[in-house]
Design a protein around this ligand. Structure first.
Ligand code: FES
Ligand code: FES
Length: 353
């Protein structure tokens, strides 16, 4: 589907409704959920230009449609006038109903330029507000209707579908727009052929990742879990991934997981490229990842980069030890003190560079 002008490809559970998909997978939390059964209107979005309840539309049924959320109307001229009118008329109190109210209000303004108060109230009947008593909301809409229409106001049109052709190869797990990118370079003290053979052996790699456990391997599909501990913070992500191999010692891993304790979801797409460096191997690792949920607050910081660098370093040493038959290094727990030191060290290094 196309969401706010950007093509999105994802595989979803049949029961996932559009509002959950928008909020949890795309982090478009402007779409609110009130009743979740089509009554309150808090979840109203535009589907192919028309207002619709995102809580009773299955995401899978929206295959190929154009969805516009409140975030996608940021620069919309009618919405700009409505926002100003809602402010002037005190048309919100807690604001919970407001995104749905605004989407519906915009539709009224565009579709019914001659609407009077009775018609506005009738049209708003599908949007419930528990705070305002509706008086301010109705006044705000009437205020915009009374203004001369802006010259750039156009009725909502579905966008031409061909403009946003989706990629031909559909991934098995969601590929989210945006996300954070992490790059790691690792030198492994083992020859290229041996490291490449190891990369194609998920069971061996899992043994080298501290806290990782492989529970299923079926062709390119793997499943397992990964326990992480960062100071007092602990998480165990259980999930699945697809591993594919390309020419030129390239591997790609796409996966998703969920921490049962915090409910945080992780989606990642990693590329591994190997290159010989005399009798050693250089591994370039690039990961695009997205965290949704309580632990997402850690997604953007130098903390994650330092944490990932530590894990990558350990994996590299474990792998080299396995391939050369030497004793693996003793696994060290990532304490907060060590993490802070690592962040400062990386920051100083980049500054001096
Ligand atoms: S949450 Fe969708 S109508 Fe109430
Ligand atoms: S402003 Fe609170 S529900 Fe409408």
């Amino acid at each position: 589907m196309t969401v706010n002008g950007a093509g999105v490809t994802a595989s979803v559970e049949p029961r996932t409704h559009l509002a959950d998909f928008l909020r949890e997978s795309m982090l478009l939390t402007g779409t609110h959920l009130g009743c979740e059964h089509g009554v309150c209107g808090a979840c109203t979005v535009l589907i192919d230009g028309a207002p619709a309840r995102a809580c009773i539309a299955f995401a899978a049924a929206c295959d190929g449609v154009f969805v516009t959320t409140i975030e996608g109307l940021e620069d919309d001229p009618v919405m700009a006038r409505l926002r100003a009118a809602f402010t002037a008329e005190h048309a919100l109190q807690c604001g919970y109903c407001t995104p749905g109210m605004l989407v519906t209000a915009r539709d009224i303004v565009l579709r019914l330029p001659d609407a009077d108060e009775a018609r506005v109230r009738l049209e708003l009947a599908g949007n419930l507000c528990r705070c305002t008593g509706y008086v301010g909301i109705v006044r705000a809409i009437l205020r915009v209707l009374a203004e001369a229409p802006a010259p750039d106001v156009v009725a909502p049109q579905p966008l031409p579908r061909a403009t946003f052709a989706l990629p031909v190869a559909e991934p098995v797990v969601p590929v989210l727009p945006g996300g954070e990118v992490l790059a790691q370079r690792l030198r492994i003290a083992a020859p290229l052929a041996a490291v490449w053979a190891a990369v194609q052996n998920p069971a061996l790699i899992a043994e080298c990742v501290p806290g990782a456990r492989l529970t299923l391997q079926d062709g390119p599909n793997i499943a397992g879990d990964l326990a992480l501990a960062l100071g007092p913070m602990k998480a165990r992500f259980a999930g699945r991934a697809e591993v594919t191999f390309g020419p030129g010692h390239l591997a790609q891993v796409r996966g998703e997981g969920r921490d049962a304790l915090s409910g945080t979801r992780l989606t990642a797409d990693a590329t591994v490229a190997l290159q010989a460096d005399r009798d050693a191997t250089v591994m370039e690792l690039q990961v695009r990842y997205s965290l949704r949920g309580p632990l997402a607050q850690f997604a953007r910081s130098a903390v994650v980069a330092a944490f990932a660098a530590e894990i990558a370093e350990t994996v590299g040493k474990n792998l080299a030890a396995r391939l050369t038959g030497t004793a693996p290094p003793v696994a060290r727990r990532m304490g907060l003190g060590r993490l802070v030191l690592s962040v400062v060290r990386r920051w100083l290094f980049s500054l001096l560079s």
